[in-house]
Design a protein around this ligand. Structure first.
Ligand SMILES: C[S@@+](CC[C@H](N)C(=O)[O-])C[C@H]1O[C@@H](n2cnc3c(N)ncnc32)[C@H](O)[C@@H]1O
Length: 237
């Protein structure tokens, strides 16, 4: 494919793996001012339909296709300058395989950008739940793998990996929004949190205990600070 790499007429090819509803596709399209080939892939048909609606609204700048990142990617070796995978690589059954596919479709010198939660992500949230229930926190799909297994697989496969860590503190001055957040998080993923409660009564009991621990910590410290800790890895082929 013909390619200019110097501004202003530059041209770049970009693959967003697990593009979901298309947030990253839109950001990349805006950033490159339309001078990029942008491909988004995801395993979820409903999320691709959402991305397709955005695509329509924006004049169809993206190519979208259904793809499971646990299987061989349907693209040629070296087809892309950039691959990204935001908040998704840790769902891969075999991260080394999926990262290997990302590497294969990148041109030599091309870059892979991934994001995901680091082990300290939302520490206060988990500490409060642990204190309230006395039970171990189940391994989170992201933070249990991203900064360890996935970083190490990326380092094995790529010539270089640059790690950036971003802290985003969420400050709760009042109990109610913290409890709303907790209730939504625990209900959203009942399968994951199933070891802490079964059925609506136990759920409310757990929420009551969390409320007491959180209220005590809030009155001691004056506020609850829950920091989202996200890692951005830039890997070069
Ligand atoms: C938290 S969302 C992130 C979506 C998007 N990258 C973003 O940052 O907004 C995780 C995405 O991973 C996708 N996903 C999960 N398993 C997948 C698989 N096996 N192959 C491709 N995509 C997958 C989901 O469908 C979902 O779109």
């Amino acid at each position: 494919m013909a390619r200019e790499t110097s501004t202003p007429g530059w041209w770049i090819s970009f693959l967003d793996v697990a593009c979901g509803g298309g947030k990253q596709l839109v950001a990349f399209h805006r950033y490159t001012g339309g001078k990029a080939e942008i491909v988004g892939v995801d395993v979820s048909r409903p999320l691709l339909d959402q991305a397709e609606r955005l695509n329509e609204q924006m004049g169809r700048p993206f190519t979208l296709r259904e793809m499971d990142f646990n299987a061989e990617f349907p693209f040629d070796e070296g087809a892309f300058d950039l691959v990204s995978c935001c908040f998704a690589i840790y769902y891969a059954a075999d991260a080394a395989f999926t990262l290997g596919q990302m590497r294969r479709v990148l041109r030599p010198g091309g870059k892979l950008f991934t994001t995901g939660p680091m082990p300290d992500n939302k520490r206060v949230f988990y500490d409060i739940i642990h204190e309230a229930t006395g039970k171990p926190i189940p391994p989170m799909p992201g933070s249990s793998r991203y900064g360890s297994e996935i970083l190490s697989a990326a380092k094995d496969l790529f010539a270089a990996v640059d790690v950036q860590v971003f802290d985003n503190p969420l400050v709760f001055e009042d109990l109610a929004p913290f409890l709303d957040y907790t209730r939504a998080s625990l209900s959203e993923d009942r399968k994951l949190w199933g070891g802490l409660f079964s059925g609506p009564d136990e759920f409310e009991d757990v929420m009551n205990r969390i409320s007491k621990v959180a209220a005590r910590r809030l009155s001691e410290a004056g506020r609850l600070v829950m920091t989202k800790v996200v890692g951005g890895f830039v890997a070069t082929k």
